[in-house]
Write a protein that binds this ligand. Structure first.
Ligand SMILES: N[C@@H](CCC(=O)N[C@@H](CS)C(=O)NCC(=O)O)C(=O)O
Length: 202
């Protein structure tokens, strides 16, 4: 397989599953600062012009959470998809929650802090996004109190997604009121196959 994108981007979400499962893969760097993601060659892979992209033979997959699910489903023997429908429902619930309720405000912060052209940045969006993110982190903090994993009693795709997304929240200083989530992130990154943490990715 080929994974377009390098740490500390969302490529880490796919790398985590690739490493845990033990898939042979090649990392293809995408030079985002110099606009390679807008080149015709890259847009042919992902018309959205965003990394990561996972290529598995004829299959070209965008969206980092979809890659995590794809890998876990392709290699069921890894055991990262819960067996019961009820637990799979919960796994999907938390994946959507992480991507829409936690990542979305994190991305809004980044857009208005340093990604948009200065003229398009709205300073008030930053505290708004911080407040939204903290409120949703509190929901996950309450859920994780007394739990080891997000769903049931085994690691699943939801945990790998959560660990990266919460590491990102930690990077921007939003985890002070979430000691249970902080401990969860530490546990996940202590796994032998965990990828590099955002802060160590340079
Ligand atoms: N929803 C997408 C978001 C991908 C995304 O925004 N990637 C960033 C790097 S982490 C990117 O390519 N940014 C370039 C841009 O938006 O122009 C995913 O989860 O894969």
């Amino acid at each position: 397989m080929k994974l377009y994108g390098t740490p500390p981007t969302r490529a880490l979400r796919a790398m985590w599953l690739l490493n845990e499962i033990g898939v042979d893969y090649e990392i293809v760097p995408v030079d985002i600062p110099n606009g390679e993601h807008r080149s015709a060659k890259f847009l042919a892979l992902n018309p959205a012009g965003k990394a990561p992209v996972l290529v598995d033979g004829d299959i070209v997959l965008t969206e980092s959470a979809a890659m995590q699910l794809y890998l876990a489903e392709k290699f069921p023997e890894a055991g990262f998809i819960p067996e019961s429908l009820a637990d799979r429902g919960q796994m999907h619930r938390w994946l959507y929650f992480l991507m829409t309720e936690i990542e979305a405000p994190l991305w809004r912060m980044a857009l208005h802090e340093f990604i948009y052209e200065p003229a398009h940045r709205i300073p008030a969006e930053i505290p708004n996004a911080q407040r939204d993110c903290r409120a949703m982190l509190a929901v996950l903090e309450a859920h994780m109190t007394g739990r080891t994993y997000l769903v049931g009693d085994a690691v699943s795709v939801a945990d790998f997604n959560a660990a990266f997304t919460l590491d990102w929240a930690d990077e921007v200083g939003l985890m002070d009121d979430a000691p249970t989530l902080k401990a969860f992130v530490e546990r996940m990154y202590a796994r032998p196959k965990a990828p590099v943490r955002i802060k160590d990715a340079g």
